[in-house]
Design a protein around this ligand. Sequence first.
Ligand code: GLN
Length: 494
Amino acid sequence: MSEDLTRLSAVRLARAVRDGEASAEDVVRAHLRRIEDKDPQIKAFLTLTADAALSQARAVDEKRRRGATLGALAGVPVAIKDNIQVAGVETTCASRMLKGHVAAYDATCVARLKAADAVLLGKTNLDEFAMGSSTENSAFGRTANPWDLSRVPGGSSGGSAAAVAARMAPLALGSDTGGSIRQPAAFCGVVGLKPTYGRVSRYGLVAFASSLDQVGPFAGTVEDAALAFSVVAGHDPMDATSARRPAPPARIPVPADLKGVRVGLPREYFVEGLDPEVERAIRSAVETLKSLGATIKEVGLPHTKHAISTYYIIAPSEASANLARFDGVRYGFVDRGAKTLEEVYEFTRGAGFGPEVKRRIMLGTYALSSGYYDAYYAKAQRARTLIARDFRDAFAEVDLIAGPTAPTAAFRFGEKTDDPVAMYLSDVFTIPSNLAGNASLSVPCGLTAGGLPLGLQLIADAFQEERLLAVAGAFEAARACLFWPGESPGNPSK
Ligand code: GLN
């Protein structure tokens, strides 16, 4: 094939490999070259597994030569957020605490990618233990936004979003606890899907807040996101919260119009603090949905104002329990200067965790401590129920909710690092969907005057990913232009 293979969608690449138009090895080599060229400035990858990728690619090519049927992602390169286990490869969670920790097994989502003949390129940067919204909390340096190297890619899955935006990988996996797939997808101008809680196995995902964490894909197109989702989704006996639902189909037809689709605009998502440029872009996106035949209706999600405070009790509480296992004995880093067991814990955790992780552990430990449990944790659980009920009521009236993914476009490095609360507010529109456990995605919906991408968030009720992806696909087709940073508009070839 004479085309630049890094410009093709995952769907197109898998077809090319299956039909013998391109070898998996050529596909992987093209992406490795692109990484060599772009990643020194962007720094999306923490670990590159080039040799393993080439041998996986050759194995796919060999399989084809034998005449065996190739999987849905034949030869498609995928980047993996570094809090997801890939056997034999370091999993650091961008923390000094796990430097040198080599995964003993594949996460279920990774095993499913491999079984679908995808090729794993390496592990991507994140905020330490997925705590943050800018990837600036990584212990191993920051990732730049491919659209403007002086800006953050969003977070916590910033490396995965940047890798796809810069065409270093057609697909990537991330995790979303409070927005960590959708917000970086919006900031980097790619598609990011947070599936329903329980739809993708969490086995092999390093736990941050177990009742909120969900694995999902980043892609250049809605169709690619749907394909990746169909591969990683489905019941897994290794995850006790895994839903007994079959994986969705690999191809979700794009409807010609959206007649009969009722879209709700939550009043509470168009409020002060929403950048006027973002608001204009979202209103224009809503006009597009309307022109496709959707009916638009205002809805109320009245408990939205409590979402951030609810999340910042529940997520740190679960994190403080989950992160107790990093004790200097079982995983990765240990402070060798310690003389007593007490000192092993104290010195290891003191030196191993960064400031944001420590802040979360302290918040969570406090919220769970006896005497405060009812006032904080139990109350937050009640607020969570009200937030979930808001969605239930809204979905009695509409099929989907549309709004901004984030209140602003990508911000500059350092702009929010001194003010944790300002950083927390980046997730005001994404956190409610995690608290309710429903499905949501971000799809590119235009650029600011300054040339930064913006994302439209679509939220659907639990297990309605097919509808979500169908509507997002229709929206994408109507807009008919995706942009690669620094280059002319154009869709990745299908
Ligand atoms: N930014 C949010 C936080 O810091 C969400 C992170 C995530 O989804 N992993 O907790």
